[in-house]
Write a protein that binds this ligand. Structure first.
Ligand SMILES: Nc1ncnc2c1ncn2[C@@H]1O[C@H](COP(=O)(O)OP(=O)(O)OP(=O)(O)O)[C@@H](O)[C@H]1O
Ligand code: NI
Length: 307
């Protein structure tokens, strides 16, 4: 049984345009993803592809104008909104993308300590601060006194001490120096090795390839490919989806070739495959209907042409 399972998730936002006309923008559609105990799943994809919204949907913290469909289960049981509230911070922790999630009126040391559920809270907080290279004086600071990198490390510390089973880390490393990034990633690995699970949302594909077990590639609000990390190492022939291949080719070590065009905006999604307008393999069939995600070579892909 997967520890966390997202089945057929869709998220839309009601928006009012001029003249109070209401439109519905689908920002996530038919998204499926699973997280196993002991595993680090990296979620990669363009900006605006729905990565943060997936994290917020799992934790039940989407804004009130969002409508959600689909099923999310945690340890085999559906995550209803009551259960989301109960597990938030206790069984599933979020390392948010925005440092505004810190409590502005509380010393950061105390904030981290309130997340410790078992054992000596001060000891746990000091140990994680040391590991993430935060000096002891930082304990007594308020969030406004922190640099961006220190705030990010505080958020990471909060999740690390919380004793949860799942950490969802939304871009936890930008702005951190490489030594701290390595510490943070090593901690995720240790955490997963203890039988917990990590969903690591990141733009840093190279770190993702080093640390993750599985990679989920997002495009325009859905998963186009989910596969073992091994398929993304070495040459690109094991990669299934044309967009994942394009991401791979854009890496510095693989020629750095960007793909022309841009991801469609939620207000103008194509009817067929969401990647068809940019895809060199697209045929008339691709424009007809969005392909379902399917099993292929021990992974998943949403492309009729993938082999
Ligand atoms: N409150 C909201 N109302 C309307 N649309 C929203 C709202 N929040 C997010 N969106 C839209 O949903 C889409 C997905 O956003 P999301 O923040 O999940 O992207 P992301 O993949 O996390 O991007 P990034 O890599 O830049 O963090 C975007 O098109 C965004 O504009
Ligand atoms: Ni985001």
């Amino acid at each position: 049984m997967s520890i966390l399972e997202v089945k057929n998730l869709s998220v839309s936002f009601k928006q009012y345009t001029a003249g109070l006309k209401q439109t519905n923008h689908k920002v996530i559609s038919s998204l499926n993803v699973t997280l196993e105990a002991g595993e680090i799943l990296a979620v990669v994809g363009a900006s605006g592809s729905g990565k943060s919204l997936l994290a917020h949907a799992i934790l039940g913290i989407l804004p009130s104008n969002a409508s959600v469909s689909g099923v999310i289960t945690f340890e085999g049981e559906e995550l209803t909104s009551a259960r989301q509230k109960a597990v938030r911070g206790k069984e599933i922790a979020l390392v948010p993308q925005s440092v505004n999630f810190l409590d502005p009126l509380m010393h950061v040391g105390s904030q981290v300590r309130t997340s410790v559920k078992k054992g000596d809270a001060v000891k746990a907080q000091r140990a994680v601060f040391e590991r993430l290279h935060l000096r002891q004086e930082v304990e007594q600071m308020y969030p406004f006194q922190l640099s961006g990198g220190m705030a990010r490390r505080t958020l990471l510390s909060t999740a690390m001490v919380s004793g949860v089973k799942v950490i969802i880390a939304d871009e936890p490393t930008p702005g951190l120096d490489p030594v701290v990034i390595k510490e943070a990633l090593d901690q995720f690995r240790e955490f997963a090795n203890q039988g917990c699970a990590v969903m690591l949302i990141t733009h840093d594909i190279e770190s993702a390839l080093q640390i993750a077990d599985k990679i989920a590639v997002f495009y325009a609000g859905t998963t186009v490919e989910i596969a073992k990390v091994e398929d993304f190492l070495g040459q690109s022939e094991a990669i299934r989806h044309p967009y994942s291949k394009a991401l791979w080719r854009a890496l510095p070590q693989n020629d750095f070739i960007p793909i022309p065009g841009s991801q469609p905006h939620p207000s103008a999604l194509p009817t067929g495959c969401l990647f068809a307008p940019r895809c060199e393999m697209a045929t008339p069939e691709c424009w007809e209907a969005q392909p379902d995600i399917r099993n292929l070579r021990d992974g998943m892909v949403r492309c009729i042409h993938a082999t």
